[in-house]
Write a protein that binds this ligand. Structure first.
Ligand code: UAG
Ligand code: ATP
Ligand code: API
Ligand code: MG
Length: 485
Protein backbone atom coordinates (compact mmCIF):
# COMPACT_ATOMS: atom_id res chain seq x y z
CA UNK A 1 0.00 0.00 0.00
CA UNK A 2 1.25 3.52 -0.76
CA UNK A 3 2.34 5.64 2.20
CA UNK A 4 0.08 8.51 1.13
CA UNK A 5 -2.97 6.23 1.48
CA UNK A 6 -1.78 4.90 4.82
CA UNK A 7 -1.48 8.40 6.29
CA UNK A 8 -4.75 9.63 4.82
CA UNK A 9 -6.65 11.81 7.32
CA UNK A 10 -3.97 11.86 10.00
CA UNK A 11 -2.94 15.27 11.38
CA UNK A 12 0.32 15.88 9.56
CA UNK A 13 2.59 18.77 10.55
CA UNK A 14 5.16 18.21 7.84
CA UNK A 15 6.51 15.58 5.44
CA UNK A 16 9.73 14.99 3.54
CA UNK A 17 10.56 12.40 0.92
CA UNK A 18 8.42 10.28 -1.37
CA UNK A 19 4.85 9.76 -0.16
CA UNK A 20 4.23 7.31 -3.00
CA UNK A 21 6.65 4.81 -1.48
CA UNK A 22 5.20 1.29 -1.17
CA UNK A 23 4.89 0.10 2.43
CA UNK A 24 4.89 -3.61 3.28
CA UNK A 25 3.76 -3.42 6.87
CA UNK A 26 3.21 -0.98 9.75
CA UNK A 27 5.15 -1.30 12.98
CA UNK A 28 5.73 0.58 16.26
CA UNK A 29 8.34 -1.72 17.82
CA UNK A 30 11.87 -1.81 16.42
CA UNK A 31 12.18 -5.44 17.52
CA UNK A 32 9.60 -6.43 14.92
CA UNK A 33 10.58 -4.22 11.99
CA UNK A 34 11.14 -5.78 8.55
CA UNK A 35 12.39 -4.56 5.17
CA UNK A 36 9.94 -2.11 3.56
CA UNK A 37 8.00 -1.25 6.74
CA UNK A 38 6.69 2.04 8.13
CA UNK A 39 7.98 2.64 11.67
CA UNK A 40 6.04 4.85 14.09
CA UNK A 41 8.18 6.45 16.80
CA UNK A 42 6.22 6.48 20.07
CA UNK A 43 7.39 8.38 23.13
CA UNK A 44 6.60 5.79 25.77
CA UNK A 45 6.54 5.78 29.54
CA UNK A 46 9.84 3.93 29.63
CA UNK A 47 11.68 4.78 26.43
CA UNK A 48 11.42 7.08 23.44
CA UNK A 49 10.79 5.21 20.18
CA UNK A 50 12.84 7.86 18.32
CA UNK A 51 15.85 6.20 19.92
CA UNK A 52 15.48 3.26 17.52
CA UNK A 53 15.53 5.25 14.26
CA UNK A 54 19.06 4.18 13.25
CA UNK A 55 18.33 0.56 13.99
CA UNK A 56 15.05 0.43 12.03
CA UNK A 57 16.64 2.13 9.03
CA UNK A 58 19.41 -0.47 9.06
CA UNK A 59 16.74 -3.14 9.03
CA UNK A 60 15.12 -1.56 5.97
CA UNK A 61 12.34 0.74 7.22
CA UNK A 62 11.11 2.82 4.27
CA UNK A 63 9.32 5.56 6.17
CA UNK A 64 9.02 6.98 9.68
CA UNK A 65 6.27 8.72 11.59
CA UNK A 66 7.95 11.06 14.07
CA UNK A 67 7.06 13.70 16.63
CA UNK A 68 10.57 15.17 16.86
CA UNK A 69 12.45 17.17 14.27
CA UNK A 70 14.49 14.56 12.37
CA UNK A 71 16.89 15.19 9.46
CA UNK A 72 17.48 12.11 7.37
CA UNK A 73 18.01 11.26 3.72
CA UNK A 74 16.74 8.13 2.02
CA UNK A 75 13.62 7.55 4.12
CA UNK A 76 10.31 9.33 3.99
CA UNK A 77 9.43 11.29 7.15
CA UNK A 78 5.95 12.17 8.35
CA UNK A 79 5.91 14.56 11.30
CA UNK A 80 2.87 14.54 13.59
CA UNK A 81 2.06 16.04 16.97
CA UNK A 82 0.84 12.77 18.51
CA UNK A 83 2.18 9.44 17.26
CA UNK A 84 -0.30 7.32 19.24
CA UNK A 85 -3.21 9.25 17.72
CA UNK A 86 -1.70 8.86 14.25
CA UNK A 87 -1.29 5.11 14.85
CA UNK A 88 -5.02 4.63 15.31
CA UNK A 89 -5.84 6.17 11.90
CA UNK A 90 -2.86 4.52 10.20
CA UNK A 91 -3.97 1.11 11.52
CA UNK A 92 -7.52 1.59 10.29
CA UNK A 93 -6.34 2.81 6.86
CA UNK A 94 -3.81 0.01 6.42
CA UNK A 95 -6.30 -2.74 7.28
CA UNK A 96 -9.15 -1.19 5.24
CA UNK A 97 -11.36 0.18 8.04
CA UNK A 98 -12.74 -3.27 8.90
CA UNK A 99 -14.96 -2.00 11.74
CA UNK A 100 -17.15 -0.23 9.17
CA UNK A 101 -18.30 -3.67 8.10
CA UNK A 102 -19.36 -5.21 11.41
CA UNK A 103 -21.10 -4.33 14.63
CA UNK A 104 -18.58 -3.48 17.34
CA UNK A 105 -19.75 -3.59 20.94
CA UNK A 106 -17.34 -1.81 23.30
CA UNK A 107 -17.58 -2.53 27.02
CA UNK A 108 -15.97 -0.34 29.62
CA UNK A 109 -16.13 0.05 33.41
CA UNK A 110 -14.04 -1.21 36.32
CA UNK A 111 -15.62 -4.65 36.75
CA UNK A 112 -17.62 -7.08 34.64
CA UNK A 113 -16.22 -6.35 31.17
CA UNK A 114 -14.77 -9.80 30.50
CA UNK A 115 -17.81 -11.57 31.88
CA UNK A 116 -20.17 -9.52 29.74
CA UNK A 117 -18.20 -10.19 26.55
CA UNK A 118 -18.64 -13.93 27.13
CA UNK A 119 -22.33 -13.59 27.97
CA UNK A 120 -22.98 -11.65 24.76
CA UNK A 121 -20.89 -14.23 22.91
CA UNK A 122 -23.14 -17.01 24.29
CA UNK A 123 -26.24 -15.24 23.03
CA UNK A 124 -24.69 -14.81 19.57
CA UNK A 125 -23.38 -18.40 19.45
CA UNK A 126 -26.82 -19.65 20.29
CA UNK A 127 -28.13 -17.84 17.21
CA UNK A 128 -25.19 -19.00 15.06
CA UNK A 129 -24.08 -15.40 14.61
CA UNK A 130 -20.35 -15.23 13.93
CA UNK A 131 -18.51 -13.22 16.55
CA UNK A 132 -15.09 -12.26 17.80
CA UNK A 133 -13.85 -11.29 21.26
CA UNK A 134 -11.09 -8.91 22.28
CA UNK A 135 -10.33 -8.90 26.00
CA UNK A 136 -8.41 -9.94 29.08
CA UNK A 137 -8.51 -13.73 28.85
CA UNK A 138 -7.62 -13.98 25.17
CA UNK A 139 -8.59 -12.56 21.81
CA UNK A 140 -10.81 -14.88 19.83
CA UNK A 141 -11.99 -15.05 16.23
CA UNK A 142 -14.67 -17.72 15.86
CA UNK A 143 -12.89 -20.66 17.59
CA UNK A 144 -9.32 -19.45 17.07
CA UNK A 145 -7.71 -18.04 20.22
CA UNK A 146 -4.82 -15.55 20.39
CA UNK A 147 -2.77 -14.68 23.48
CA UNK A 148 -3.79 -11.37 25.05
CA UNK A 149 -0.88 -9.29 26.36
CA UNK A 150 -3.18 -6.40 27.12
CA UNK A 151 -6.95 -6.35 27.61
CA UNK A 152 -7.21 -3.82 24.79
CA UNK A 153 -4.15 -4.06 22.51
CA UNK A 154 -2.48 -1.29 20.51
CA UNK A 155 -4.30 0.13 17.49
CA UNK A 156 -2.28 -1.87 14.93
CA UNK A 157 -3.03 -5.19 16.62
CA UNK A 158 -6.66 -4.21 17.06
CA UNK A 159 -7.18 -3.25 13.43
CA UNK A 160 -5.35 -6.36 12.23
CA UNK A 161 -7.63 -8.49 14.36
CA UNK A 162 -10.73 -6.74 13.03
CA UNK A 163 -9.47 -7.35 9.49
CA UNK A 164 -9.12 -11.06 10.30
CA UNK A 165 -12.60 -11.01 11.78
CA UNK A 166 -13.90 -9.46 8.58
CA UNK A 167 -12.13 -12.13 6.53
CA UNK A 168 -13.80 -14.75 8.71
CA UNK A 169 -17.22 -13.13 8.07
CA UNK A 170 -17.63 -12.09 11.69
CA UNK A 171 -20.77 -10.00 12.15
CA UNK A 172 -20.27 -8.82 15.72
CA UNK A 173 -17.03 -7.96 17.51
CA UNK A 174 -17.33 -7.76 21.28
CA UNK A 175 -14.49 -5.97 23.00
CA UNK A 176 -13.34 -4.78 26.38
CA UNK A 177 -12.28 -1.16 26.19
CA UNK A 178 -9.84 -0.40 29.01
CA UNK A 179 -9.42 3.15 30.26
CA UNK A 180 -5.72 2.96 29.32
CA UNK A 181 -6.66 2.14 25.74
CA UNK A 182 -8.95 5.16 25.51
CA UNK A 183 -6.38 7.54 27.00
CA UNK A 184 -3.60 6.11 24.84
CA UNK A 185 -5.68 6.42 21.62
CA UNK A 186 -5.65 2.67 20.90
CA UNK A 187 -9.36 2.65 20.02
CA UNK A 188 -9.65 6.06 18.28
CA UNK A 189 -10.47 4.80 14.79
CA UNK A 190 -12.87 2.03 15.70
CA UNK A 191 -16.41 2.44 14.47
CA UNK A 192 -18.30 1.40 17.62
CA UNK A 193 -21.99 0.53 17.30
CA UNK A 194 -22.78 0.04 20.97
CA UNK A 195 -21.07 1.16 24.18
CA UNK A 196 -21.70 -0.49 27.55
CA UNK A 197 -20.85 1.11 30.89
CA UNK A 198 -20.74 -1.34 33.82
CA UNK A 199 -19.56 0.61 36.88
CA UNK A 200 -16.71 2.77 38.12
CA UNK A 201 -14.90 2.01 41.35
CA UNK A 202 -11.36 2.39 42.59
CA UNK A 203 -8.65 1.02 40.30
CA UNK A 204 -5.80 2.20 38.10
CA UNK A 205 -5.32 5.43 40.06
CA UNK A 206 -1.58 4.94 39.58
CA UNK A 207 -2.31 5.90 35.97
CA UNK A 208 -5.34 8.20 36.15
CA UNK A 209 -4.46 9.83 39.50
CA UNK A 210 -8.06 10.47 40.54
CA UNK A 211 -11.55 9.11 39.99
CA UNK A 212 -12.60 12.08 37.90
CA UNK A 213 -9.81 11.54 35.34
CA UNK A 214 -10.66 7.83 35.35
CA UNK A 215 -14.32 8.65 34.65
CA UNK A 216 -13.44 11.19 31.94
CA UNK A 217 -11.35 8.53 30.18
CA UNK A 218 -14.16 5.96 30.19
CA UNK A 219 -16.72 8.59 29.16
CA UNK A 220 -15.05 9.16 25.79
CA UNK A 221 -16.19 5.75 24.53
CA UNK A 222 -19.82 6.86 24.65
CA UNK A 223 -19.14 9.73 22.28
CA UNK A 224 -17.68 7.30 19.73
CA UNK A 225 -20.74 5.05 19.25
CA UNK A 226 -23.24 5.21 16.39
CA UNK A 227 -26.16 3.07 17.54
CA UNK A 228 -26.75 3.02 21.29
CA UNK A 229 -25.19 3.41 24.71
CA UNK A 230 -26.11 0.97 27.47
CA UNK A 231 -25.57 2.24 30.97
CA UNK A 232 -25.88 0.84 34.50
CA UNK A 233 -27.82 3.54 36.37
CA UNK A 234 -27.37 1.90 39.77
CA UNK A 235 -23.79 3.12 39.59
CA UNK A 236 -23.42 6.83 40.51
CA UNK A 237 -21.00 7.42 37.65
CA UNK A 238 -23.45 5.66 35.31
CA UNK A 239 -26.17 8.11 36.39
CA UNK A 240 -23.86 11.03 35.74
CA UNK A 241 -22.99 9.61 32.32
CA UNK A 242 -26.66 9.35 31.34
CA UNK A 243 -27.12 13.04 32.17
CA UNK A 244 -24.06 13.98 30.16
CA UNK A 245 -25.28 11.97 27.18
CA UNK A 246 -28.64 13.76 27.07
CA UNK A 247 -27.31 16.22 24.50
CA UNK A 248 -26.26 13.46 22.06
CA UNK A 249 -28.51 11.96 19.38
CA UNK A 250 -27.51 8.36 20.21
CA UNK A 251 -30.09 6.19 21.94
CA UNK A 252 -29.38 5.58 25.63
CA UNK A 253 -30.65 2.37 27.21
CA UNK A 254 -30.40 2.22 30.98
CA UNK A 255 -30.23 -0.95 33.06
CA UNK A 256 -30.26 -1.68 36.76
CA UNK A 257 -31.95 -3.25 39.73
CA UNK A 258 -32.50 -0.47 42.28
CA UNK A 259 -33.23 2.57 40.10
CA UNK A 260 -35.81 3.47 37.45
CA UNK A 261 -34.49 2.18 34.11
CA UNK A 262 -35.35 0.65 30.71
CA UNK A 263 -34.06 -2.88 31.28
CA UNK A 264 -34.27 -4.22 34.80
CA UNK A 265 -34.15 -7.29 37.00
CA UNK A 266 -36.99 -8.13 39.37
CA UNK A 267 -37.72 -11.09 41.66
CA UNK A 268 -34.07 -11.95 42.16
CA UNK A 269 -33.07 -15.20 43.78
CA UNK A 270 -29.46 -16.10 44.51
CA UNK A 271 -28.25 -19.60 45.32
CA UNK A 272 -24.76 -21.13 45.52
CA UNK A 273 -25.19 -22.41 41.97
CA UNK A 274 -26.48 -19.28 40.32
CA UNK A 275 -28.81 -16.31 40.20
CA UNK A 276 -32.27 -16.10 38.71
CA UNK A 277 -34.34 -13.01 37.96
CA UNK A 278 -37.18 -11.69 35.86
CA UNK A 279 -35.81 -9.73 32.92
CA UNK A 280 -38.10 -6.77 32.28
CA UNK A 281 -37.71 -4.78 29.04
CA UNK A 282 -40.05 -2.36 27.24
CA UNK A 283 -40.94 -5.17 24.78
CA UNK A 284 -40.90 -8.42 26.77
CA UNK A 285 -40.18 -9.98 30.12
CA UNK A 286 -39.51 -13.42 31.58
CA UNK A 287 -37.39 -15.50 33.92
CA UNK A 288 -33.68 -16.10 33.36
CA UNK A 289 -31.42 -18.44 35.34
CA UNK A 290 -27.73 -17.58 35.29
CA UNK A 291 -25.14 -20.21 36.16
CA UNK A 292 -23.04 -17.92 38.38
CA UNK A 293 -24.15 -16.58 41.76
CA UNK A 294 -24.17 -13.03 43.10
CA UNK A 295 -26.01 -9.79 42.49
CA UNK A 296 -23.09 -8.70 40.31
CA UNK A 297 -23.83 -11.62 37.97
CA UNK A 298 -27.32 -10.24 37.48
CA UNK A 299 -25.86 -6.86 36.51
CA UNK A 300 -23.67 -8.61 33.95
CA UNK A 301 -26.66 -10.57 32.65
CA UNK A 302 -28.63 -7.33 32.30
CA UNK A 303 -25.83 -5.64 30.37
CA UNK A 304 -25.57 -8.57 27.94
CA UNK A 305 -29.36 -8.77 27.59
CA UNK A 306 -29.49 -5.04 26.84
CA UNK A 307 -26.95 -5.39 24.03
CA UNK A 308 -28.92 -8.30 22.55
CA UNK A 309 -32.13 -6.28 22.92
CA UNK A 310 -30.61 -3.41 20.92
CA UNK A 311 -29.49 -5.89 18.25
CA UNK A 312 -33.09 -7.06 17.95
CA UNK A 313 -32.97 -10.47 19.64
CA UNK A 314 -36.06 -12.00 21.22
CA UNK A 315 -36.55 -12.97 24.85
CA UNK A 316 -36.09 -16.64 23.90
CA UNK A 317 -32.75 -15.86 22.20
CA UNK A 318 -31.53 -13.95 25.24
CA UNK A 319 -32.73 -16.53 27.75
CA UNK A 320 -31.24 -19.49 25.87
CA UNK A 321 -27.95 -17.70 25.27
CA UNK A 322 -27.48 -16.58 28.87
CA UNK A 323 -28.54 -19.92 30.30
CA UNK A 324 -26.15 -21.79 27.99
CA UNK A 325 -23.21 -19.93 29.50
CA UNK A 326 -21.71 -22.17 32.16
CA UNK A 327 -19.50 -19.45 33.62
CA UNK A 328 -16.38 -17.62 32.56
CA UNK A 329 -12.84 -18.92 33.15
CA UNK A 330 -11.52 -17.72 36.52
CA UNK A 331 -14.67 -15.78 37.40
CA UNK A 332 -16.14 -17.33 40.55
CA UNK A 333 -14.90 -20.66 39.23
CA UNK A 334 -15.32 -23.62 41.52
CA UNK A 335 -12.33 -25.94 41.92
CA UNK A 336 -13.95 -29.36 41.76
CA UNK A 337 -12.32 -31.77 44.20
CA UNK A 338 -12.86 -35.09 45.88
CA UNK A 339 -12.79 -33.67 49.44
CA UNK A 340 -15.98 -31.63 49.27
CA UNK A 341 -14.40 -28.24 50.01
CA UNK A 342 -15.85 -25.09 48.47
CA UNK A 343 -12.79 -23.65 46.78
CA UNK A 344 -13.44 -20.72 44.50
CA UNK A 345 -11.00 -18.96 42.19
CA UNK A 346 -12.04 -15.44 41.28
CA UNK A 347 -10.48 -12.54 39.36
CA UNK A 348 -11.41 -9.93 41.95
CA UNK A 349 -8.43 -7.60 42.06
CA UNK A 350 -10.17 -4.36 43.04
CA UNK A 351 -11.83 -3.37 46.35
CA UNK A 352 -15.31 -3.44 44.84
CA UNK A 353 -14.95 -6.81 43.14
CA UNK A 354 -13.36 -8.39 46.22
CA UNK A 355 -16.27 -7.12 48.30
CA UNK A 356 -18.76 -8.52 45.78
CA UNK A 357 -17.05 -11.90 45.64
CA UNK A 358 -16.88 -12.15 49.44
CA UNK A 359 -20.48 -11.02 49.94
CA UNK A 360 -21.57 -13.63 47.41
CA UNK A 361 -19.55 -16.34 49.19
CA UNK A 362 -21.08 -15.28 52.51
CA UNK A 363 -24.58 -15.54 51.06
CA UNK A 364 -24.26 -19.29 50.65
CA UNK A 365 -21.48 -20.35 53.00
CA UNK A 366 -22.57 -22.50 55.90
CA UNK A 367 -19.08 -22.42 57.37
CA UNK A 368 -16.13 -20.04 57.60
CA UNK A 369 -14.75 -17.80 54.88
CA UNK A 370 -11.03 -18.16 54.27
CA UNK A 371 -9.57 -15.69 51.79
CA UNK A 372 -6.23 -15.83 50.00
CA UNK A 373 -5.27 -12.80 47.96
CA UNK A 374 -2.59 -10.25 47.10
CA UNK A 375 -2.26 -7.11 44.98
CA UNK A 376 -0.35 -6.58 41.75
CA UNK A 377 3.01 -4.82 41.79
CA UNK A 378 3.48 -1.67 39.67
CA UNK A 379 -0.25 -1.04 39.93
CA UNK A 380 -2.49 1.24 42.00
CA UNK A 381 -1.09 1.17 45.57
CA UNK A 382 -4.05 2.93 47.16
CA UNK A 383 -6.27 -0.11 46.67
CA UNK A 384 -4.02 -2.36 48.77
CA UNK A 385 -5.05 -1.33 52.32
CA UNK A 386 -8.65 -0.99 51.12
CA UNK A 387 -8.64 -4.58 49.93
CA UNK A 388 -6.98 -5.67 53.16
CA UNK A 389 -9.75 -3.98 55.09
CA UNK A 390 -12.53 -5.53 53.01
CA UNK A 391 -10.99 -9.00 53.24
CA UNK A 392 -10.62 -8.61 57.00
CA UNK A 393 -14.18 -7.45 57.51
CA UNK A 394 -15.76 -10.16 55.38
CA UNK A 395 -13.57 -13.19 56.16
CA UNK A 396 -12.90 -15.37 59.17
CA UNK A 397 -9.29 -15.89 58.19
CA UNK A 398 -7.11 -14.21 55.57
CA UNK A 399 -3.85 -15.22 53.96
CA UNK A 400 -2.16 -12.20 52.38
CA UNK A 401 0.09 -13.38 49.58
CA UNK A 402 1.66 -12.34 46.26
CA UNK A 403 -0.16 -11.51 43.01
CA UNK A 404 2.27 -10.61 40.23
CA UNK A 405 4.68 -8.47 42.28
CA UNK A 406 6.40 -7.40 39.03
CA UNK A 407 9.28 -5.01 39.81
CA UNK A 408 8.23 -4.35 43.43
CA UNK A 409 9.59 -6.03 46.57
CA UNK A 410 6.89 -8.69 47.22
CA UNK A 411 6.98 -8.36 51.02
CA UNK A 412 6.37 -4.61 50.88
CA UNK A 413 3.14 -5.18 48.90
CA UNK A 414 1.99 -7.59 51.63
CA UNK A 415 2.82 -4.90 54.22
CA UNK A 416 0.65 -2.36 52.37
CA UNK A 417 -2.28 -4.76 52.39
CA UNK A 418 -1.70 -5.51 56.08
CA UNK A 419 -2.25 -1.83 56.96
CA UNK A 420 -5.93 -2.24 56.09
CA UNK A 421 -6.46 -5.59 57.76
CA UNK A 422 -4.91 -4.59 61.07
CA UNK A 423 -7.91 -2.30 61.74
CA UNK A 424 -10.22 -5.32 61.60
CA UNK A 425 -10.34 -8.12 64.13
CA UNK A 426 -9.70 -10.75 61.54
CA UNK A 427 -6.98 -13.30 62.07
CA UNK A 428 -4.46 -13.30 59.22
CA UNK A 429 -1.07 -14.49 58.08
CA UNK A 430 1.36 -13.09 55.50
CA UNK A 431 2.85 -15.78 53.26
CA UNK A 432 4.75 -14.33 50.35
CA UNK A 433 4.86 -17.56 48.31
CA UNK A 434 1.41 -17.88 46.73
CA UNK A 435 1.53 -21.66 46.58
CA UNK A 436 2.28 -21.83 50.31
CA UNK A 437 -0.46 -19.25 50.95
CA UNK A 438 -2.99 -21.42 49.16
CA UNK A 439 -1.71 -24.48 51.04
CA UNK A 440 -2.20 -22.68 54.37
CA UNK A 441 -5.80 -21.74 53.48
CA UNK A 442 -6.68 -25.24 52.34
CA UNK A 443 -5.05 -26.76 55.42
CA UNK A 444 -7.36 -24.66 57.60
CA UNK A 445 -10.54 -25.45 55.65
CA UNK A 446 -13.16 -27.74 57.12
CA UNK A 447 -16.35 -29.08 55.56
CA UNK A 448 -18.76 -26.27 54.51
CA UNK A 449 -16.06 -23.58 54.63
CA UNK A 450 -15.40 -21.46 51.57
CA UNK A 451 -11.83 -20.80 50.44
CA UNK A 452 -11.79 -17.80 48.11
CA UNK A 453 -8.58 -17.49 46.11
CA UNK A 454 -8.82 -14.03 44.61
CA UNK A 455 -6.96 -11.82 42.16
CA UNK A 456 -5.60 -14.04 39.41
CA UNK A 457 -8.66 -15.85 38.04
CA UNK A 458 -7.79 -17.25 34.60
CA UNK A 459 -4.11 -16.23 34.79
CA UNK A 460 -1.68 -19.08 34.26
CA UNK A 461 1.44 -17.23 35.39
CA UNK A 462 3.03 -15.26 38.20
CA UNK A 463 5.22 -12.26 37.32
CA UNK A 464 8.19 -12.02 39.71
CA UNK A 465 10.61 -9.24 38.78
CA UNK A 466 11.33 -9.74 35.11
CA UNK A 467 10.62 -13.47 35.28
CA UNK A 468 7.27 -15.05 34.48
CA UNK A 469 6.67 -18.50 35.95
CA UNK A 470 3.81 -20.92 35.37
CA UNK A 471 1.16 -20.53 38.05
CA UNK A 472 -2.54 -21.36 37.88
CA UNK A 473 -4.53 -20.94 41.13
CA UNK A 474 -6.97 -23.65 40.02
CA UNK A 475 -4.29 -26.26 39.32
CA UNK A 476 -2.29 -25.39 42.43
CA UNK A 477 -5.37 -25.56 44.67
CA UNK A 478 -6.51 -28.85 43.19
CA UNK A 479 -3.07 -30.44 43.46
CA UNK A 480 -2.78 -29.37 47.10
CA UNK A 481 -6.26 -30.65 47.97
CA UNK A 482 -5.58 -33.98 46.30
CA UNK A 483 -2.22 -34.26 48.07
CA UNK A 484 -0.25 -34.06 44.83
CA UNK A 485 1.71 -30.91 45.70
C1 UAG B 1 1.00 2.10 30.64
C2 UAG B 1 0.85 1.40 29.34
O1 UAG B 1 -0.22 1.14 28.90
N1 UAG B 1 1.99 1.08 28.70
C3 UAG B 1 1.97 0.52 27.37
C4 UAG B 1 2.95 1.32 26.56
O2 UAG B 1 4.19 1.11 27.14
P1 UAG B 1 5.29 2.22 27.22
O3 UAG B 1 4.74 3.54 26.86
O4 UAG B 1 5.96 2.08 28.52
O5 UAG B 1 6.30 1.74 26.09
P2 UAG B 1 7.87 1.86 26.11
O6 UAG B 1 8.46 0.60 26.56
O7 UAG B 1 8.25 3.15 26.77
O8 UAG B 1 8.19 1.98 24.54
C5 UAG B 1 7.87 3.14 23.77
C6 UAG B 1 7.88 2.77 22.32
O9 UAG B 1 9.18 2.28 21.95
C7 UAG B 1 9.05 1.06 21.31
N2 UAG B 1 10.26 0.26 21.54
C8 UAG B 1 10.63 -0.12 22.78
C9 UAG B 1 11.75 -0.91 22.97
C10 UAG B 1 12.51 -1.31 21.85
O10 UAG B 1 13.54 -2.01 21.94
N3 UAG B 1 12.10 -0.89 20.63
C11 UAG B 1 11.00 -0.12 20.45
O11 UAG B 1 10.69 0.23 19.32
C12 UAG B 1 7.79 0.43 21.91
O12 UAG B 1 7.24 -0.55 21.07
C13 UAG B 1 6.90 1.65 22.01
O13 UAG B 1 6.27 1.89 20.77
O14 UAG B 1 2.97 0.83 25.22
C14 UAG B 1 3.38 -0.55 25.14
C15 UAG B 1 3.46 -0.93 23.69
O15 UAG B 1 2.22 -0.95 23.13
C16 UAG B 1 2.40 -1.42 25.92
O16 UAG B 1 2.80 -2.77 25.89
C17 UAG B 1 2.36 -0.94 27.36
O17 UAG B 1 1.43 -1.71 28.10
C18 UAG B 1 1.98 -2.27 29.29
C19 UAG B 1 2.53 -3.67 29.01
C20 UAG B 1 0.92 -2.38 30.37
O18 UAG B 1 1.13 -3.04 31.37
N4 UAG B 1 -0.22 -1.75 30.21
C21 UAG B 1 -1.32 -1.86 31.16
C22 UAG B 1 -1.24 -0.84 32.29
C23 UAG B 1 -2.61 -1.68 30.38
O19 UAG B 1 -2.63 -1.13 29.28
N5 UAG B 1 -3.68 -2.16 30.96
C24 UAG B 1 -4.97 -2.05 30.36
C25 UAG B 1 -6.08 -2.35 31.37
C26 UAG B 1 -5.98 -3.67 32.09
C27 UAG B 1 -7.27 -4.04 32.84
O20 UAG B 1 -7.49 -3.59 33.96
O21 UAG B 1 -8.05 -4.81 32.30
C28 UAG B 1 -5.09 -2.98 29.15
O22 UAG B 1 -5.84 -2.64 28.22
O23 UAG B 1 -4.43 -4.02 29.14
N1 ATP C 1 -20.72 -6.28 37.43
C1 ATP C 1 -19.81 -6.46 38.37
N2 ATP C 1 -19.73 -5.62 39.42
C2 ATP C 1 -18.78 -5.77 40.36
N3 ATP C 1 -17.91 -6.79 40.38
C3 ATP C 1 -17.94 -7.65 39.36
C4 ATP C 1 -18.89 -7.54 38.31
N4 ATP C 1 -18.68 -8.55 37.45
C5 ATP C 1 -17.65 -9.25 37.92
N5 ATP C 1 -17.21 -8.74 39.08
C6 ATP C 1 -16.06 -9.16 39.90
O1 ATP C 1 -14.91 -8.64 39.23
C7 ATP C 1 -14.01 -9.68 38.85
C8 ATP C 1 -13.50 -9.40 37.46
O2 ATP C 1 -14.59 -9.57 36.54
P1 ATP C 1 -14.32 -9.37 34.99
O3 ATP C 1 -13.08 -10.06 34.64
O4 ATP C 1 -15.56 -9.71 34.27
O5 ATP C 1 -14.08 -7.79 34.98
P2 ATP C 1 -13.23 -6.87 34.02
O6 ATP C 1 -13.92 -5.56 34.00
O7 ATP C 1 -13.04 -7.53 32.72
O8 ATP C 1 -11.82 -6.74 34.76
P3 ATP C 1 -10.40 -6.24 34.11
O9 ATP C 1 -10.38 -4.75 34.25
O10 ATP C 1 -9.35 -6.87 34.91
O11 ATP C 1 -10.36 -6.65 32.68
C9 ATP C 1 -14.82 -10.97 38.93
O12 ATP C 1 -13.98 -12.04 39.23
C10 ATP C 1 -15.83 -10.66 40.02
O13 ATP C 1 -15.27 -10.87 41.29
N1 API D 1 -5.16 -6.71 33.76
C1 API D 1 -5.21 -5.93 34.98
C2 API D 1 -5.58 -6.77 36.15
C3 API D 1 -4.47 -7.59 36.78
C4 API D 1 -4.90 -8.43 37.95
C5 API D 1 -3.87 -8.83 38.93
N2 API D 1 -3.65 -10.23 38.86
C6 API D 1 -2.56 -8.06 38.78
O1 API D 1 -1.65 -8.60 38.20
O2 API D 1 -2.49 -6.93 39.28
C7 API D 1 -3.92 -5.18 35.17
O3 API D 1 -2.95 -5.51 34.50
O4 API D 1 -3.92 -4.25 35.98
MG1 MG E 1 -11.34 -7.91 31.64
Amino acid sequence: MKLKDIINEIDVIDTSGDLNVEINNICYDSRNIKEGDLFVCVKGFKVDGHKYIDSVIKKGAKALVVEDEVNLEGVTLVKVSNSRKAMARIGANFYGNPTNQMEVIGITGTNGKTTITYLINSILDNKNVKSGIIGTICHKILNREYKANNTTPEAFELQKMFKEMKNADVDVAIMEVSSHSIELNRVDSINFSIGIFTNLTKDHLDYHEDMNNYYEAKKKLFFMTNKANIINVDDPYGKKLVEELESTHIETITYGIDNECDIKAENMSITPKGASFTLVTPKFSGEIKLNTPGKFSIYNGLAAASAAYILGYSFKDIKEGLENNKGVSGRFEKVENSKGYNVIVDYSHTPDSLENALMTAKEFSKGKIITVFGCGGDRDRTKRPMMGNIAGKLSDYVVITSDNPRSEEPNSILDHIEKGIIETNCEYKKIVDRKEGIREAIKMAKKDDVVLIAGKGHETYQILGDKTIDFDDRLVAKAIIEGEM
